[in-house]
Design a protein around this ligand. Structure first.
Ligand code: P6P
Length: 354
């Protein structure tokens, strides 16, 4: 095929600049921030992919075979992301899963606030399961021009101006949205470039996969129990056959849901009344991406998750996200059985089996 006819590969940088040029008056600041995050992702990807060899899995503070101070991968990833966000000089506040306190950056007048989980699912590293970086970006809202204040961090997910994730799997892919659809870029490690590989991603209206940790079944709400039972009862001969897929690494499970459809659910439960995942740097960024791809992300009441009030920067939340048809069906079951008690409690189950 002649070169001019070949679909020329577009790099992440080119795509970001093209996107920026579509907006008159765009300052290029968000573009620069996304490019800096892309650079951090490349560096993290390199370390994730050689972790097993260089003994980087060691506990932070030990030394590796080269005698270098070993930083656990999540500490290393957090540092790389913080360097990238500082380099951009337009981020004034960072909230990271790795840091209890908000991080006020040197660029105290920077107009962006970034929430991040620098290496989500890091407990899976030693069993070679895919892990990921998740980020959500907000504009500062405070009138105080000199430095960010708490109100800048307590914004609902609907105020995100960008969100994305990087999945370190069989290949490294960066997926993000700035509110104009969702695009994915796959890293070519041989030249260190991200290339557009998934243009304008749309989640299927319906998907066969349901993704949830069924080990927690007995502590779910009755409506969710009934919905998952409904999925199980659908035999393969029907037009709606369901299959369970649960990796236990949010970025991997959400990425599959985005591309193949279905649901990813980490619900509230008797043992985890607010769910397990963190609202601001796990649930909301993924909710933004799924909505931008044409899907839905709701809470236990069937309301839009990104409208959830934010009271605490590390607050947990339940999350029900995925294909529109699947999520609406799940919401129907939860509404229908809302008043019922949950299934047999652990105590009743113990009595039944002993
Ligand atoms: P569970 C990984 O530890 C994580 O934070 C998410 O990436 C993942 O979706 C979830 O926890 C898995 O939790 O309770 O099913 O092991």
């Amino acid at each position: 095929m002649s070169p001019q006819k070949q679909d020329r590969l577009i790099t992440l940088e080119e795509f970001i600049i093209q996107g920026q040029n579509r907006f008159r008056g765009a300052t290029g600041d968000l573009s620069q921030l996304l490019r800096d995050i892309g650079l951090a992702a490349k560096i993290i990807s390199r370390e994730v992919n050689k972790a097993g060899i260089t003994n980087i899995l060691g506990v932070a503070g030990s030394t590796n075979v080269q005698g270098e101070a070993v930083k656990k991968l999540d500490v290393f990833s957090n540092n790389q992301m913080l360097h990238a966000l500082a380099r951009s000089k337009i981020v004034s506040l960072v909230i990271s899963e790795e840091n209890e306190e908000m991080i006020r950056m040197q660029s105290s007048t920077g107009k962006y606030v970034v929430f991040m989980d620098p290496l989500d699912g890091s407990s899976n590293i030693d069993v070679n399961v895919s892990i990921g970086t998740i980020f959500g970006i907000y504009m500062r809202t405070s009138d105080n021009e000199d430095y960010p204040v708490d109100v800048d961090a307590l914004q609902p997910g609907s105020q995100q101006v960008a969100a994305g994730y990087v999945l370190y799997g069989s290949s490294t892919i960066m997926v993000y949205t700035t509110g104009m659809g969702v695009n994915g870029f796959t890293l070519d490690p041989s030249i260190g470039e991200f290339f557009l590989s998934h243009s304008d991603i749309k989640i299927p209206e319906f998907g066969s996969f349901y993704s949830i940790n069924e080990g927690n079944y007995s502590s779910w709400s009755p409506g969710l129990q009934k919905y998952i039972e409904y999925c199980k009862e659908n035999d393969k001969s029907t037009s709606r056959p369901y299959t369970s897929r649960y990796i236990g690494s949010m970025v991997a499970d959400v990425h599959r849901t985005l591309l193949k459809g279905g649901t990813f659910i980490y619900p509230e439960s008797r043992t985890k009344p607010n769910g397990k995942l963190r609202l601001m740097y796990e649930c909301n960024p993924m909710a933004f991406i799924i909505e931008q791809a044409g899907g839905m992300a709701i809470d236990k009441n069937g309301d839009r998750l990104m409208d959830r009030e934010v009271k605490q920067i590390h607050q947990r939340s339940e999350v029900y996200l995925g294909s529109r048809e699947n999520i609406l069906a799940c919401a129907d079951f939860m509404k229908k059985y809302k008043s019922q008690k949950s299934g047999p409690s652990e105590k009743k189950l113990e009595e039944a089996f002993h």
